[in-house]
Ligand binder design. Sequence first.
Ligand code: ADP
Ligand code: CIR
Length: 336
Amino acid sequence: MDFPRPQGGSLLARHLTPEVWRRLKDRETRYGVRLEHVIASGLANPDSAVGVYAGDAESYELFAPLFDPIIADYHGFGPDKRHQSDLDPAHLDAPNPDPEGRYVVSTRIRVARNLCCFPFGSVLSRRERRIVEATVVRALEGLSGELAGRYHPLYEMDPATKARLVADHFLFKEGDRFLEAAGLNRDWPDARGLFHNEDKTFLVWVNEEDQLRIISMQPGADLQAVFARLARALGVLERRLTFARSQRLGYLTSCPTNLGTAMRASVHVRLPGLTEEEIKTIARAHGLQVRGTHGEHTRAEGGVYDVSNRRRLGLAEVEAVRELAAGVRALLKAVD
Ligand code: ADP
Ligand code: CIR
């Protein structure tokens, strides 16, 4: 195959040079991941921001001449650095930035995880995906207290329930073309599903972009409570499951933007009087990213923006949430 020059302004287009292509094109990981799998989504979607997905943990080593520059570009994390985790809520110190509840609609913190000893979603066979689902569900069904809940397989959900869960921000959307081109939607909806507790403050997405997306969320801006719930759940799950992780890159994920903490801490916030450009400028200055009301690749509806940490690798979880809190304080100051 000749050099497939990627179109558009993605990180793939910036970093896949003919030389990198020549060096990597004949390599294959133990699970059979090749460069053409890694770059398939970015080639099919020229409007990709990033354009690459890892098929397994080894992809990050074998294809490092492509991943490392993309990782450095996105996270500002060089090849000589090492990621350090800190999920201790006692180290957070992020007071509620909107104690009167005037602007922040809700707060959500999610982390991505994949199980060690399986390839990632784009490479899993149908059988392996079912084993991942069963393993994860077994671990989740043992949770107690506030975290206790039930697993709902996607194929059992009726369309109206599904649509409501998506509209209410509890469930992933279907048919994402970036995931589709990466092979992450194969055999849909088989072995996909949603676990949640009674109040829907603790949720786990199973076998979407990553094998687990572990989510803590609630109305308002109590970052400390949302983080503490997530940390508690992770503490229990870490004892029951072994997650894919590397000393250098932290938790390993399908998309390199999620490496490290694999954490996106966000608020849904209304900022009356500020234009989208003003919001984005303040957010960017605080290392934050702005998304639409229904997540990535959506627009703001009813003036509700999703503001979250952009960097996930090279900073501890508690630092990422502190960055969010500082940025939200700055945005609220600009409103008043
Ligand atoms: P991810 O969070 O996994 O990166 P998305 O950007 O697609 O993926 O967001 C997933 C869902 O979470 C979407 O429905 C989005 O609106 C919702 N969401 C994100 N942040 C918040 C928040 N602070 N409050 C409520 N829902 C949120
Ligand atoms: C893309 O390349 O646009 C998609 N694969 C999504 C990348 C993740 N987005 C992000 O900025 N965190």
